[in-house]
Design a protein. Structure first.
Length: 190
């Protein structure tokens, strides 16, 4: 079987100058076209020309690089899942602390307390001691309840967490029967 380059040249030449070739040459060319090509030989020739030889050490390096990449991505995915789980757990714990700090009225109906992460916190029909506890926790203070009536007085109060502790205390002290002060890292309710 003749090579492809030779056949291509021969076909072009036949098309350009058909009178140059005898019937026998044309029939030989047709017989050549009817032959089944050797696929294995053609593949080996293609591989020699187009696929670089692979050294076994290069193969191991590629496998190692792929393995390191997969392990790195797995570690990043695990860390992301862990961080998300931890963040959700902190939100649940924070919600539990806020819920536990709300005191139920004597008829055991739920107290409507709206807590917003961004912006003000609204206390609606909430006892003074609960409001003071939330403010003390937020500012990392201990609380000293010296007023027995603090757990009976109910307020509607909007607490803007961007305000300073002193500003919040001044606003609360505007209510009758309320006196709050900060001494020795304690929020005192008098």
């Amino acid at each position: 079987m003749k090579t492809n380059d030779h056949n291509k040249h021969l076909y072009r030449s036949m098309q350009e100058e058909p009178d140059k070739y005898s019937d026998q040459e044309i029939e030989a060319m047709m017989d050549d076209l009817d032959q089944v090509p050797d696929v294995d030989e053609a593949w080996q020739q293609f591989a020699r020309q187009h696929i670089p030889s692979v050294h076994p050490m290069h193969t191991w390096r590629k496998v190692a690089a792929i393995l390191i990449g997969v392990l790195t991505l797995s570690g990043i995915a695990f860390a992301a899942v862990h961080i998300m789980h931890q963040s959700q757990q902190e939100e649940v714990n924070h919600g539990d602390r806020l819920r536990d700090s709300a005191v139920l009225p004597t008829n055991h109906e739920p107290v409507p307390v709206i807590h917003a992460k961004a912006g003000p916190v609204v206390f609606d029909n909430v006892t003074l001691d609960s409001i003071a506890k939330d403010i003390a926790v937020y500012h990392h203070l201990d609380i000293d309840l010296q007023n027995e009536q603090a757990n009976q007085l109910r307020f509607y109060f909007v607490w803007n967490q961007d305000e300073s502790l002193q500003e919040v205390i001044e606003k609360l002290n505007m209510f009758d029967q309320v006196h709050l002060a900060v001494e020795d890292r304690k929020l005192i309710v008098r």
